[in-house]
Design a binder for this molecule. Structure first.
Ligand code: AMP
Ligand code: MG
Length: 344
């Protein structure tokens, strides 16, 4: 699948997801609880926001502004963005970036370095960077040189609003930005009186509250091999974030290279996982963990579940066609060739 087809697939998936989540919401009745929907293009993603409850329309308007604000702030390739300034000046004063770097540091520690926002120089080498760089397989010497500048110890937080970076290290918040955006939007919506919402950020989903009838939302989980969907998850008040090696990739000499980089080796992660879905009450953890789990692999990810003070569930797809899931309310798809296994 090339990038364009992949985008198309993501859009089709977004529609599929809406198809599964919206009818019950849209059917919630007229008047105060009627569902409101808005489509936003931010973070290179078509996003669909649906909310019901008091002030839903006005709240969605603010949500849209917040998504644009964060997009402009966190985009590494946009001249003048806070992340751009950090990467060029080695210093930035910005509360959101400072907070995200603080969270990224904690997540990096918790995942044994699998999540590391300083992988930016490696992303550039492989052509998954901020510019229109060519995809190519770098030489071992290039990878070794880039690895010299990778590591969270190069990032320093200065008070609550500042951050410094040991240049030429570079930061990329692509593995955490959507989760943070979804988390912020959920806080904003609930503060405005919205009692239930589904935010579909291109297949990453946030569920605020439950359906108007009090039951759980039903979310279709993406099939990394392009099939309809892996299964249906019943969930409320949670973030369902998926990372997959199929999202951005290229092929060279019959080998497959993707955009989730193992910060230890400098090469695309080779953990045996095709995709990782993380279900968590915290949007930042959910997003970052989904990326980290693709690096860590199934065994380490499942072990982390017991070790972390943050609760989360996993749906993992292995390269050999197994689906390992820890969630209670997950209905596996049928006839798609996967072997499903509930694990703890
Ligand atoms: P996601 O789609 O949330 O898995 O994020 C993938 C993006 O995260 C990539 O496009 C990179 O911008 C960034 N990234 C890649 N590898 C890592 C890593 N090991 N740790 C943190 N961010 C990463
Ligand atoms: Mg992520």
């Amino acid at each position: 699948m090339d990038m364009r087809k992949n985008r198309l697939f993501q859009r089709v998936f977004a529609l599929l997801l809406c198809g599964l989540t919206l009818p019950p919401l849209a059917g919630c009745g007229a008047g105060k609880t009627a569902a409101q929907t808005r489509t936003v293009f931010a973070m290179d993603t078509v996003m669909t926001l649906t909310a019901h409850g008091k002030n839903a329309d006005a709240a969605l308007e603010s949500a849209e502004s917040e998504l644009y604000r964060l997009d402009a702030l966190l985009a590494r390739g946009v001249e003048g963005s806070a992340v751009y300034r950090l990467n060029h000046d080695g210093f930035v004063r910005d509360g959101d970036v400072s907070y995200l770097l603080f969270r990224a540091q904690r997540i990096s520690e918790a995942t044994g370095g699998a999540f590391d926002v300083t992988v930016a120089p490696l992303l550039e080498l492989w052509g998954f960077g901020s510019g229109a760089g060519e995809h190519r397989v770098p030489t071992e010497a290039e990878i070794a040189a880039a690895l010299e500048h990778v590591g969270m110890e190069r990032v320093h937080r200065e008070g609550d609003t500042g951050a410094t970076l040991d240049l030429p290290a570079q930061v990329d918040l692509g593995g955490i930005a959507k989760g943070y955006a979804a988390w912020n939007v959920c806080k904003l919506l609930s503060g405005a009186g919205v009692t239930g919402a589904v935010l579909d950020l291109g297949g990453d989903v946030a569920l605020l509250g439950s359906k108007p009838d009090g039951s759980d939302w039903r979310v279709a989980i993406k099939d990394p091999n392009g099939g309809d969907f892996l299964g249906i998850l019943g969930v409320s008040d949670a973030f369902v974030m998926t990372s997959g090696v199929y999202e951005r990739y290229f092929e060279e000499n019959s080998s497959f290279y993707h955009h989730i980089i193992d910060p230890k080796t400098g090469y695309p992660a080779d953990s045996g996982l095709m995709s990782a879905t993380v279900i968590c009450g915290d949007g930042v953890w959910a997003d970052a963990l989904a990326t980290a789990v693709c690096v860590m692999g199934a065994e380490r990810a499942l072990a982390l579940r017991g070790a972390l003070d943050v609760g989360f569930d996993l749906i993992l797809v292995t390269g050999d066609g197994r689906v390992l899931y820890t969630c209670e309310d997950f209905t596996p798809g049928t006839g798609n060739g996967y072997v499903y296994e509930q694990v703890s």
